[in-house]
Design a binder for this molecule. Structure first.
Ligand SMILES: [Cu+2]
Length: 299
C-alpha cells in the first residue's frame, strides 16, 4: 500500500511539473502563441489538461515497469494473476478512475464545440457581428466586407489582400471558400482554423478580446508557395475600425470597374446557416476567378 502511495505521489509531481512547464514556454517563444480570443482559453485548457493526464499516465507506467524489472529477478519470479490481492485491486481501480476521468475532457470538449465554436445562432443574431467573406487562392487570402449597404458583391464592397481587420470585442464571422485547391484559414492566436474548400462555403467565427496584429496562416499544404500564404489580422478599437471601413469603402466605390469580372468574386451571405450537408450553390468566387485565370492564360 505504501508503495502505491509513493507511486501516486511521483505521478502527481510529474503532472504538476508538466503543468508548470507549459506556462513559461510561451514567454520563451515556444509553445502556443498568446491567446487573443475570448474563447481561446477553452482550447488551451484542453491542451494543458491532456498534457497533464498523459504525463501522469506515462509516469505511472514508467515507474510500474521499472519496479517490475527491479523486483522480479531470478530470486523473485514473475507470476500470472487474476488480480485477487487487495493491493492489485486498488491499483487497478486507481488506474481505472484516472482513465475514466479523461472522459470528462471529452464531455467538456463536446460542450465547448456545441455551445461555442460550432454555435452560430447567437453570433448570427448579434447586430455587432462583423461578416467577412474569404476567398483562398494560390497563394493568398482575399477578404471581402459588405460595405455600408450591408450587401456582398456590390460596388461599395471593401476587398483586401492578405489584410483582415476587425474591431475588438465583436464576433467576427467568416464564410470561406477556395478558388483552386484546399487551403485552411488558421488564426493561431485565436485557436481556430477552418478548411477553405473549392465549390463550397465553410463557416468560422471568433471573438477578439485584445487589439493588435496577429498572424494568419494556411494550415493545409496547398502547393509550392504554401509557406508564403500569410496574412495579417488586425484587431482595432471600434472607432478606428469604422473609420477604416468607411474610407476603404469610399475608395472601393471610386475604383469600381463593372468590366473587371475577376474582381467580382463574392456571394450572397448564406445566413441563415445551411443545415449540415446542405451546401449553398457554388460561390461566384470560384467561377469568376476561374474564368479570369483561364482568360489570362489564353485558354
Ligand atoms: Cu494555402
Amino acid at each position: 500500500m505504501r508503495r502505491l502511495q509513493s507511486l501516486w505521489t511521483a505521478a502527481l509531481a510529474l503532472g504538476l511539473s508538466a503543468r508548470a512547464l507549459a506556462e513559461p514556454v510561451t514567454a520563451k517563444g515556444l509553445g502556443l502563441p498568446p491567446d487573443a480570443s475570448a474563447d481561446g482559453y477553452r482550447i488551451d485548457e484542453l491542451i494543458h489538461e491532456t498534457v497533464i493526464f498523459i504525463a501522469v499516465m506515462f509516469g505511472i507506467m514508467v515507474v510500474w515497469m521499472l519496479l517490475a524489472a527491479i523486483l522480479h529477478g531470478r530470486k523473485h519470479e514473475a507470476f500470472y494473476t487474476h488480480v485477487t490481492r487487495r493491493g492489485q485491486i486498488v491499483s487497478l481501480v486507481v488506474i481505472g478512475v484516472l482513465v475514466a476521468a479523461d472522459a470528462d475532457l471529452y464531455i467538456d470538449t463536446m460542450r465547448d464545440m456545441s455551445e461555442v465554436f460550432w454555435n452560430f445562432a447567437p453570433v448570427d443574431a448579434d447586430p455587432n457581428a462583423i461578416k467577412i467573406e474569404i476567398d483562398a487562392h494560390q497563394w493568398a487570402w482575399s477578404a471581402r466586407y459588405a460595405g455600408p449597404d450591408g450587401k456582398f458583391n456590390t460596388p461599395d464592397d471593401v476587398v483586401t489582400l492578405n489584410d483582415i481587420r476587425a474591431p475588438v470585442g465583436a464576433p467576427v464571422i467568416f464564410e470561406i471558400t477556395s478558388t483552386d485547391v484546399i487551403h485552411s484559414l488558421y488564426f493561431p492566436n485565436f485557436r481556430v482554423k477552418m478548411d477553405a474548400m473549392p465549390g463550397m462555403v465553410n463557416h468560422l467565427w471568433l471573438r477578439p478580446k485584445e487589439t493588435g496584429e496577429y498572424e494568419v496562416g494556411c494550415a493545409q499544404h496547398c502547393g509550392i508557395n504554401h509557406y508564403k500564404m500569410r496574412a495579417l489580422f488586425t484587431v482595432l478599437p471600434e472607432a478606428d475600425y469604422q473609420r477604416w471601413l468607411r474610407e476603404a469603402s469610399a475608395n472601393a466605390e471610386r475604383a469600381y470597374d463593372p468590366a473587371d469580372t475577376v474582381a467580382h468574386w463574392g456571394w450572397d451571405w448564406t445566413n441563415p446557416r445551411p443545415i449540415e450537408g446542405d451546401q449553398p450553390p457554388l460561390p461566384k468566387a470560384a467561377t469568376a476567378r476561374a474564368a479570369g485565370a483561364a482568360h489570362e492564360e489564353g485558354i
